[in-house]
Design a protein around this ligand. Structure first.
Ligand SMILES: Cc1cc2nc3c(=O)[nH]c(=O)nc-3n(C[C@H](O)[C@H](O)[C@H](O)COP(=O)(O)O)c2cc1C
Length: 444
């Protein structure tokens, strides 16, 4: 079969996800659904499954953004990726109304012990019959640390801790042989004790003695996603993940990312196919191009300047309120949070936006967190996705729709059939597990 595109729905369990203010759109959630209830997410899961998408993915932060002006007020006022209920607890409700769709939650390696992570993900993998995935993050927000009674963990140390973390998780997942559970009523052997071993891990940051608390699950361990952007983060991702995730503004940058991640994967003895590369995109679909542009303009008009600055300051862990917002957007060295974001914002000037001020740069960030807004008729959106996919050499896209749930319904009913007709996207699932959909074999 020719190369196939991979697609996952993508959002946060909060009033708005990747577009500041999108909750204000009259079609967001609608009168009979609340963003916090299960109905909207169950409908999105069913839409994604009807479109034969690989999965649905929740990003998760653990605290409100509070760096901008040293205040959480703009975050609260605009519901920016906050509140943040526990998406792990929502996944089973989405699993209950679907049969094949992969379901991903984020869990931080900085604020949970690996033993607890193994217990949660193996439980979910049993409950979903092999459909669970884990977005491994190390967490970058000072408020997340403070809420857990900790000082922020320095960047390099976060990834050293995460290395140990993954090592423990895999040792635990391997502490049961695949055939340890015998369930032999006649012989009176539920599990063969010779096939289950204690691990004994003594590291710089973690200790763990014992065996996995849950018997081997259908996928052995969850599909692993990671989105490190720094050198350390990308190496960690290349070593441990099934799929690497990134926000890149255009196809040139996507291609560079794919090449870099393939090189890093090869250094760990992994082929480029073993590490899928996926990019965030924000589709805005209309019956005509004019209607789609009108929809985009209206959505973008809901993006508040303060909310954008709060999100940008939150992600970079740099307080933009200290700057003259009408000054030209120029490089600022040594941002403590996610690196590269502000550089990407300032480079927007190279993309036709002359004399970008800091305020305008922040606004562009608030619209899509620098993911491409793919706007047009279903045919135009599908054509652009195919073009980005072919030219970048990436494997597919994380699809974040600003208007939920209807954006996912439109994407499934209008865009996916065109991708299917072009023979770049599956018409039917061929396997039962999430790993099957991604054509990944277990690293276990
Ligand atoms: C697609 C995508 C999803 C992400 N999801 C989360 C998330 O759910 N929680 C989080 O704390 N960070 C998230 N991040 C941030 C990354 O985990 C990572 O920290 C960031 O890209 C910076 O890379 P670095 O840690 O190597 O500096 C995400 C990033 C991307 C591109």
């Amino acid at each position: 079969m020719s190369r196939q595109m991979h697609l996952m729905g993508f959002s946060l369990w909060s009033p708005s996800a990747h577009m500041v203010g999108s909750w204000r759109h009259p079609a967001s959630h609608g009168p009979d659904m609340d963003w916090s209830g299960p109905e909207v997410w169950q409908r999105i899961a069913q839409d994604c499954e009807r479109g034969r998408m690989d999965g649905f993915f929740f990003a998760v932060g653990l605290a409100p953004y509070g760096v901008y002006g040293d205040s959480i007020a703009p975050t609260l006022r605009d519901g920016i990726q906050f509140p943040t209920p526990d998406a792990m607890l929502l996944l089973p409700m989405m699993a209950a109304v679907t049969e094949r769709l992969g379901l991903v939650s984020t869990l931080s390696t900085t604020y949970n012990h690996p033993y607890a992570a193994v217990r949660q993900f193996s439980t979910l993998d049993h409950l979903t019959k092999g459909r669970v995935g884990w977005n491994v993050v190390t967490s970058f927000q000072p408020r997340e640390a403070a809420a857990h009674g900790m000082d922020p963990v320095p960047h390099a140390e976060r990834y050293r801790r995460a290395e140990e973390y993954m090592e423990i998780c895999h040792q635990l997942w391997n502490s049961w042989d695949a055939d340890a559970v015998q369930n032999d009523r006649e012989r009176g052997v539920w599990a063969d004790p010779d096939k289950v071993r204690d691990i004994d891990f003594q590291g710089e940051f973690y200790r763990c003695q014992g065996t996995a608390p849950v018997s081997p699950s259908p996928q052995h361990h969850p599909v692993i996603f990671q989105a490190g952007g720094s050198g350390d983060g990308r190496d960690f991702c290349a070593k441990w993940s099934d799929a690497a995730l990134s926000f890149q503004m255009n196809v040139v940058q996507m291609k560079a990312y794919v090449e870099d991640m393939n090189t890093r994967a090869a250094a760990f003895g992994r082929g480029s196919d073993a590490l899928k590369k996926m990019f965030g995109v924000q589709p805005i679909v209309g019956v005509s191009e004019a209607e789609a542009r009108e929809k985009q303009d209206y959505l973008n008009s809901l993006v508040s300047p303060d909310g954008s600055l709060a999100l940008l300051s939150g992600h970079t862990a740099f307080d933009f309120s200290a700057l003259d917002l009408d000054a030209p957007a120029e490089e600022i060295p040594d941002m403590p949070g996610i690196r590269g974001i502000w550089g990407a914002v300032t480079s927007l000037a190279d993309h036709g936006l002359d004399r970008l001020t800091i305020r305008e740069g922040a606004r562009a960030y608030g619209q899509s967190v620098l993911m491409p807004q793919v706007v047009g008729t279903p045919q135009q959106v599908a054509d652009e996705l195919i073009s980005m996919w072919e030219t970048s050499g990436g494997d597919g896209f994380l699809v974040t729709c600003p208007i939920r749930p209807s954006g996912y319904t439109e994407f499934t009913d209008l865009v996916i059939p065109i991708l299917q007709k072009a023979k770049v996207f599956r018409e039917e699932y061929t396997g039962t597990t999430f790993r099957d959909h991604l054509n990944q074999t277990s690293l276990g």
